[in-house]
Design a protein around this ligand. Structure first.
Ligand code: MLT
Length: 400
């Protein structure tokens, strides 16, 4: 018997578990400390009335012998796949089939699990800084090589820093799998259609596959593309991940969807068919109650109520952005995303700044170094707290 030794290579705990542990230790040592959590990107506003009504009525269905549901369809109920298609894609001029939409329990799971359908020898390109799930799951899957210095030997890193406006540059060699996330976690930057087109062309020319994480698309405020499928040519080179977590407050409910167009083939094999088979084998679908709640986010009232919550968070983002700028910080993001990415002051490392904020003013953020070596010297704050706490956090930061 041998374990998967790739797990032994992972350097630390999962970033957000590590932060939670440090914050818990601080809270235990300082009982009564009034912490403001702007660390993990977890929502705080309750589900909308439309979602709650739909879920209540779904619970009633489950109590009735005629309307009771057992196992859900493995790739999602038709009612939800069709509502997603109509509202998220057809409404933006993107023509997809409902069958190309695979409903699942989270974009984190899907981004991590997608590796199952790709060979271990593929070369993976990642933005740096990046959502740690892409790195860690490729380490577990044996695609990362060895950790040398601050980097994995087999991963192609694409630094996203101030000098390139936090946008990755096209690789100078052929890579097989390219993870892109826009609006970006952690930098909060969006990508224009013209920039995204360069990636689509690169992938089609090189036979690469783009794994496009669009979990934050609802926060786009400046006309940037919401889906990679708005870009011509993307159907032959991209897989897109979407989520109800940040758009509809479903972090605790769990519902997402992945789009794999029928045209996407490599080596004569349809990638959607592989994913369908993978999901049918390893996932028992998403509950009827959850999918009914998700469907309700697309009703007229559901959309309006959902939008109000996004605007609430965007207003928090603006408060942090403007507040820190006025204090002399170098600040990015916050316009098309719930994340504000700032330069640490006085050349502090990102973990030193984390400790300073926690110990001195009891504000929790996320150190940029946790997202990769190019995140050092930066720090992430989220807009997902209440308005009052957001204002208070900015006031406290002014005191350090
Ligand atoms: C984050 O803070 O980056 C998010 O919570 C990540 C996630 O959605 O898993």
């Amino acid at each position: 018997m041998k374990i998967n030794e790739n797990f032994l290579k992972i350097q630390n705990n999962y970033l957000f578990s590590d932060i939670a542990k440090r914050v818990a230790a601080y809270a235990a040592a300082n009982p009564g400390a009034d912490l403001i959590r702007l660390g993990i990107g977890d929502v705080t506003r309750p589900l909308t009335p439309s979602v709650i009504d739909a879920m209540r009525s779904a619970v009633d269905d489950m109590s009735d012998i005629e309307r009771f549901k057992g196992y859900p369809p493995e790739w999602g109920y038709d009612f939800l796949r069709s509502a997603i298609n109509e509202n998220d894609f057809k409404a933006r001029g993107v023509n997809l089939k409902d069958s190309e939409i695979y409903v699942s329990d989270g974009a984190k799971s899907d981004c991590g699990n997608i590796g199952d359908i790709f060979d271990v020898c593929n070369i993976v390109a990642l933005c740096d800084p990046v959502y740690p799930v892409y790195v860690d799951t490729n380490v577990m899957g044996g695609r990362a090589g060895e950790f040398i210095g601050e980097r994995w030997s087999d991963i192609y890193y694409m630094p996203c820093v101030k000098e390139n406006h936090f946008l990755p540059e096209l690789p100078n060699k052929k890579v097989d799998l390219v993870y892109l996330c826009f609006p970006n976690n952690p930098t909060g930057m969006a990508i224009s259609a013209a920039e995204l087109k360069k990636w689509v062309d690169y992938a089609n020319e090189n036979g690469s596959v783009i794994l496009y994480d669009a979990a934050y698309e609802a926060f786009i405020s400046d006309g940037s593309p919401h889906s990679i499928f708005e870009i011509e040519g993307a159907k032959t080179c991209a897989i897109e991940f979407r989520s109800f977590s940040k758009t509809a407050g479903f972090t605790g409910v769990r519902c997402s969807y992945t789009i794999i167009p029928g045209e996407l083939e490599r080596g004569g094999v349809n990638l959607g068919a592989l994913w369908a088979r993978r999901q049918a084998t390893k996932l028992n679908g998403v509950s009827y109650i959850t999918q009914k709640g998700a469907e309700a986010t697309f009703s007229v009232d559901g959309k309006r109520q959902g939008r109000e919550i996004i605007e609430y968070y965007l207003n928090n983002a603006k408060i942090i952005y403007k507040g820190l700028k006025a204090l002399g910080y170098e600040v990015y993001g916050g316009v098309n995303a719930p994340y504000i990415w700032l330069r640490t002051p006085d050349k502090l490392t990102s973990w030193e700044f984390f400790d300073l904020l926690l110990n001195k003013v009891q504000v929790v953020g996320t150190p940029g170094a946790g997202f990769g070596p190019s995140g050092e010297g930066y720090f992430r704050l989220t807009a997902f707290n209440t308005l009052e706490n957001t204002e208070e956090a900015v006031k406290r930061i002014a005191e350090i």
